[in-house]
Design a protein around this ligand. Structure first.
Ligand code: IVH
Length: 680
């Protein structure tokens, strides 16, 4: 479809018009989807519009505008962030920890105003994320920054552009929309998205984020916006730097107005006629908290009327007209009894705090992850410390900090092991990595975890071979590696403690059923470092068969969109390992048949691994034909010049791409040579 409309459009003005229509339509539907949560267009239809836009822009890069939805994918990598002074300081809020403190808050207002006239308030959920400022000039998003110290923030425009909830251009602009508008809000990651993100990281052997807030902060402060673009960031706006800039006289009107400009405003905001009503809202919000899709740590109460706000003014760091009512934290103190060091599937050594059991938010906590050595050092923990433990937003329990005042002098330093606690190999810590690893691929702990991963849900999903069963089979010497699983016999399983004929038969049947996995499933099950389910899918789609994948080198992996150097190196290391090659050979002998990925016509793949770029016009076939032929043959077509391009096809009157190609030393071929390559 996209290509058909491409062919219909000839003149530059047509293209410009079509681009404008596409951008408007895409923006409209993105707003309905991401901001209003009320889509009216099927996903596939939206994708089609988007593809058409990208295709047209690729043909006419000079017509790309900064507010084009295609510009959300992430721009150039930065060496460091620039700083941006805020024209109006970004203040923080004073806290209230109980309902009475809200009454005190109102009393202070009455005193300051020297009258007791009723005051209306707006209550807003207080999201636990990161405050940002978004600057719009003539309706266009031009500058985005973090709060920083409140006076000066870090410039993160490109990263913010990747967040779909942020409009790149204001909607419904009119004469009253100021030339420059500074909007403020909170960037966050939802709880479900956070879990998925961490799961993916865990599978890929990457360090986990401690909580959604850290994940959001880490994602926003990426020097490479392409990484930010892959993170599920979201945003609610709650104010502007200068409320007189817009035609609103109250906070409640302002929030509505921001909504009409295309921003996402939290639906749980409430207009209250009195502080008593605000207190009721606080109780209500607290009861809703655990059902929300994101983490909140309290409720902000703001004086509704801007004229009143103005009269109340601000103290050094916080306005007088607002206060944050905080929820009681699910925190408790207990004693750090010991630190154990676990060995993960990829050899990562994870310190785990062993705690004197304590109730936190209704759950007994015995242990809490300390993530990695850096985290442990940063917290400055010692054995025997009294520690503050919390469960943030019902996520995994964590040790917040030691209670230094409780130290007796008897506390002992925590010593990181220098050898693997399971196999005694010296541990290694590579370059910038926060993770210490056991480098021994034969480490029994890694082997067991690798086997558990292989049979588990994210692997081959073999019913009856869960964590406990695998551990038992390894301890009993029945399995040592993956091929052993396929040699298990009903009799030997049935003879084990806790097993019977039935469960043994079922397990063997489930093992049999897993003999013909899809390529994606098989790759994910192998537990290759940095290769989770998503990457496995990418690989399967690209190579179609295991045999073809085994022939690939680093350069071939790097050509796949979504695969970077780290993953490519990891793949090469893995498949070049003689032990892995032997294992794959044994699986083959045992009759494991990894299925070819069927639907892809790329399967013939004569051009698999080749990336073509065209410059100038072709004489004997259209670009469209050329491109579809390349794709049929398993090759790729690049939109711009880069080192990934393997063939630059030279047409009539080539453009600047040719000069660049020559500078980069890329192979340039004639149209005739190209035709021969594609078999015409
Ligand atoms: S108003 C001058 N509203 O809380 C008003 N802040 O301690 C200052 N926050 O830095 C901010 N949700 O990161 C406001 N609905 C909300 C908020 C909110 C979260 C955060 C924000 C700010 C911090 C203030």
């Amino acid at each position: 479809m996209a290509q058909r409309s491409l062919l219909n459009i000839s003149g530059k003005n047509d293209v410009r018009q079509r681009l404008q229509v596409l951008r408007q339509e895409i923006n409209l539907h993105a707003h309905r989807y991401y901001v209003l949560d009320d889509p009216i267009l099927a996903d596939a239809e939206y994708d089609r519009l988007f593809q058409e836009l990208v295709a047209l822009e690729q043909q006419h890069p000079e017509l790309i505008t900064p507010d084009s939805p295609s510009q959300r994918v992430g721009g150039a990598v930065l060496a460091q962030f620039a700083t941006v002074p805020h024209t109006v300081p970004m203040l923080s809020l004073e806290n209230a920890f109980a309902a009475e403190e809200l009454v005190d808050f109102e009393e202070r207002l009455f005193r300051f105003l020297q009258n007791r006239a009723p005051i209306a308030y707006v209550t807003e959920p207080k999201l636990d994320g990161l405050a940002v400022e978004l600057v719009y000039e003539n309706g266009l998003f031009t500058l985005g920054s973090t709060r920083g110290d409140g006076l000066v923030g870090e410039e993160i425009t490109q990263n913010l552009k990747t967040i779909p909830a942020i409009p790149l251009r204001l909607l419904n602009q009119d004469r009253e929309t100021p030339k420059r508008l500074e909007v403020r809000g909170e960037v966050f990651i939802g709880l479900a998205e956070f879990r998925i993100l961490n799961e993916e990281r865990g599978k890929a052997g990457e360090p986990l984020f401690a909580n959604p807030r850290n994940a959001a902060a880490g994602s926003l402060r990426q020097l490479d916006p392409k990484i930010t673009a892959t993170r599920p960031l979201d945003l609610y706006v709650y104010g502007v730097s200068d409320p007189t800039a817009l035609p609103c006289t109250t906070q409640h009107e302002l929030l509505k107005h921001l909504g009409s400009l295309g921003f996402k405003v939290n639906p749980l905001v409430h207009l209250c006629r009195s502080i008593a009503e605000a207190i009721k809202q606080f109780a209500l919000l607290q009861s809703q908290r655990s059902a929300l899709a994101y983490d909140i740590d309290g409720m902000v109460v703001k004086v509704n009327d801007f004229a009143l706000q103005e009269r109340l003014g601000a103290k050094a760091r916080s306005p007088r007209w607002a206060i944050a009512a905080k929820f009681p934290a699910s925190q408790a103190t207990t004693r750090l009894v010991a630190v154990e060091f676990g060995v993960g599937r990829t050899g990562a050594i994870t310190p785990v705090a062993i705690l004197e059991p304590v109730q936190v938010g209704g759950v007994t906590v015995h242990r809490a992850t300390l993530h990695n050595e850096d985290e442990l050092r940063r917290k400055g923990l010692m054995l025997g410390d009294t520690v503050l433990v919390q469960r943030a937003g019902d996520v995994i329990p964590e040790v917040v900090k030691p209670v230094i005042e409780n130290r007796t002098g008897q506390e002992q330093p925590i010593i990181m092991p220098t050898t693997c606690p399971e196999c005694s190999q010296p541990l290694v810590r590579a370059g910038q990595e926060a993770i210490t690893r056991c480098p021994n691929p034969d480490c029994p702990a890694q082997r067991v975890r690798g086997l558990i991963h292989f049979t588990g849900k994210s692997g081959m999903d073999i019913e009856g071979l869960g964590k406990k069963a695998v551990e038992q089979l390894v301890t009993q010497g029945l399995i040592q590696d993956i091929p052993d699983i396929y040699q298990l016999k009903v009799e030997s399983l049935a003879a084990l403690d806790g097993w019977g004929d039935k469960s043994a038969e079922n397990a063997v049947r489930a093992i049999e059923a897993s003999r013909t996995p899809t390529l994606a499933k098989f790759l994910a099950a192998l537990g290759i470092r940095h290769v989770g389910e998503v990457t496995a899918q990418l690989l399967a789609r690209h190579f179609s068969s295991l045999a073809r994948l085994l022939l690939a080198g680093e350069a071939d992996f790097l050509q796949i969109e979504g695969i970077g150097e780290q993953v490519a190196t990891s793949l090469v290391d893995y498949f070049q390992d003689p032990a892995v090659q032997e294992m794959l050979a044994r699986l083959e002998v045992l009759g494991i048949r990894v299925q070819e990925e069927k639907p892809d016509a790329n399967a013939q793949g004569g051009l698999a691994g080749s990336v073509f770029l065209f410059t100038g016009s072709l004489a004997r076939l259209s670009r469209h034909e050329a491109k579809s032929r390349i794709k049929e043959l398993g090759g790729q077509v690049a939109s711009g010049i880069s080192r990934k391009v393997t063939h630059v096809v030279l047409g009539d009157s080539p453009g600047s791409k040719l000069t660049k190609a020559l500078e980069l030393g890329l192979a340039v071929i004639s149209e005739d040579e190209f035709l021969r390559l594609i078999g015409r």
